[in-house]
Ligand binder design. Structure first.
Ligand SMILES: Nc1ncnc2c1ncn2[C@@H]1O[C@H](COP(=O)(O)OP(=O)(O)O)[C@@H](O)[C@H]1O
Ligand SMILES: [Mg+2]
Length: 433
């Protein structure tokens, strides 16, 4: 941008400070007011047209054009006013302002063109959401996503979702006004439990409930710094899994503080390496056994197998509240290192093959160390959830810094899903029993 252009942009932006911002939701109400005013104006002109025509006749020294306009005042009003109204209805209010604002945060293509706001409308599925439709000007969605925090600030909106419109020449921003926020606490209620065999409820986003389907995304990686709400969310998922008849195994090397006695009754607990390895070995053996069963029966996965044979092979969930604690090899002797290496290889076997055989991993971590979680495991865990985090942890969990940017420092139970959905996890209290 050249200097004079920059100055012009700054001048326009500071001028706009004096005017109220156009609605961030939808222009429809404002446009309706203009339509109403136009109709009112038409009635007024219609009732006064004879009077105005007479004035034109009786006034001396009137230019012929003015006289003509006054004699046909109704037609002129309808035509000129109608033209203005059409322009107003066709173009979204605040188009120019949005363009200036996006330019000021550098959302431009290589020829310095800035996306143009095409429409603003209410989302049909969720009237709380308004959709801002932009022409993308060749700027890929990834760039929009990287600049999400800046776009939200400059346009004074909260972006709930971004996606391409029909074709890639349009980008749709699903937004709510910046002042709206998710509730700080949403108590868990058994009515949130899904009827679907393996859909687990996570919490609520701006667009409604957020769930994860273990049939589609078999493993979950959960990140977040201390106090972000990982343990609560992990237990929320495990509680639902238990209610759905899964067998839950928990590796907890922190002496069980996170898991009150009720968990020890209902789940298989491992509190050190040897028993964890023994349990994972059992799980991998079960995986192999199921593999043979499915191969023999010709069924593609355990759900179909259960259906076809009338058997009821349960799902297994292996959960860990701090996976770094289990996999960290620093300071260990050779024998222990070997045990950890075996644990790692069993975990990555389950990560790769567990899906069809109903064996799932839910791994939580707060330690941002890429070396601890091997690529084998990480790449096969396709559901990523990150709570409050610094940029490094967010990068490791979500492959972007979004969690660090979008989750406030004091937020608890607030998470970002890998697809960009921000949600408040249900608050689940297991201390009652
Ligand atoms: N979903 C939630 N809604 C509201 N508050 C929560 C939620 N999850 C956690 N918290 C609060 O945050 C605190 C820390 O949660 P915890 O799960 O122990 O965090 P972490 O395991 O990440 O250290 C909890 O004691 C609770 O007060
Ligand atoms: Mg914890």
């Amino acid at each position: 941008m050249r200097r004079f252009e920059k100055e012009r942009l700054q001048r326009r932006s500071s001028l706009r400070e004096y005017f109220p911002r156009p609605s961030s939701t939808s222009d429809a109400p404002v446009k309706l007011i203009f339509v109403a005013l136009y109709i009112l104006g038409a009635i007024l002109v219609w009732s006064k047209q004879d009077e105005i025509a007479r004035t034109a006749e009786t006034t001396a020294l009137l230019s012929p054009i003015a006289s003509l306009v006054m004699q046909h005042i109704l037609a002129v009003y309808l035509l000129v006013g109608g033209a203005f109204l059409t322009i107003l209805i066709l173009f979204p209010i605040g188009k120019k302002a949005a363009q200036d604002q996006l330019r000021s945060i550098g959302l431009v293509n290589h020829t310095d063109m800035v996306p143009a706001l095409k429409r603003k409308y209410k989302d049909k599925q969720n009237p709380r959401i308004s959709v801002w439709e932009f022409s993308s000007q060749g700027i890929p969605l990834k760039t929009w996503e990287d600049k999400q925090a800046a776009i939200e600030t400059i346009l004074d909106i909260t972006i709930v979702k971004m996606k391409y419109g029909s074709g890639k020449s349009r980008v749709l921003l699903y937004t709510v006004p910046a002042r709206t926020d998710l509730p700080e606490v949403i108590d868990w209620n058994d009515k949130y439990l899904s009827h679907n065999p393996f859909i687990l409820a996570l919490g609520e986003s701006f667009t409604g409930p957020v769930t994860v389907d273990l049939v589609k995304v078999p493993h979950i990686l959960l990140g977040g710094s201390t106090g972000s709400g990982k343990s609560v969310l992990l237990k929320l998922l495990l509680m639902q899994a238990l209610k759905k008849g899964a067998i839950v195994c928990i590796a907890d090397f922190k002496g069980g503080v996170d898991f009150p006695p009720i968990w020890h009754k209902q789940c298989k607990m491992c509190i050190e390496e040897e028993s964890t390895l023994a349990l994972l070995t059992e799980l991998v053996d079960e995986l192999q056994r199921r593999k043979a069963l499915l191969a023999a029966s010709g069924q593609p996965n355990i759900d179909r197998y259960n259906e076809a044979t009338g058997e009821d092979l349960p799902r297994y969930i292996f959960a860990c509240d701090e996976i770094a604690e289990v996999l960290d090899k620093t300071g260990l002797g050779n024998d222990q290192k070997e045990v950890v290496r075996k644990i790692e290889s069993k975990l990555s076997m389950i990560a790769r093959q567990g899906r069809a055989f109903g064996i799932h991993l839910i791994l939580a971590t707060q330690r941002p160390d890429a070396n601890i979680l091997s690529g084998q495991i990480k790449n096969n865990v396709n559901c990523r959830i990150c709570g409050r985090a610094d940029t490094i942890l967010s990068q490791i969990i979500l492959d972007s810094t979004a969690a660090a940017e979008q989750i406030p420092k004091d937020a608890r139970g607030r998470f970002l899903l890998h697809d960009g959905t921000l949600f408040q996890a249900y608050w689940f209290d297991d201390r009652g029993g």
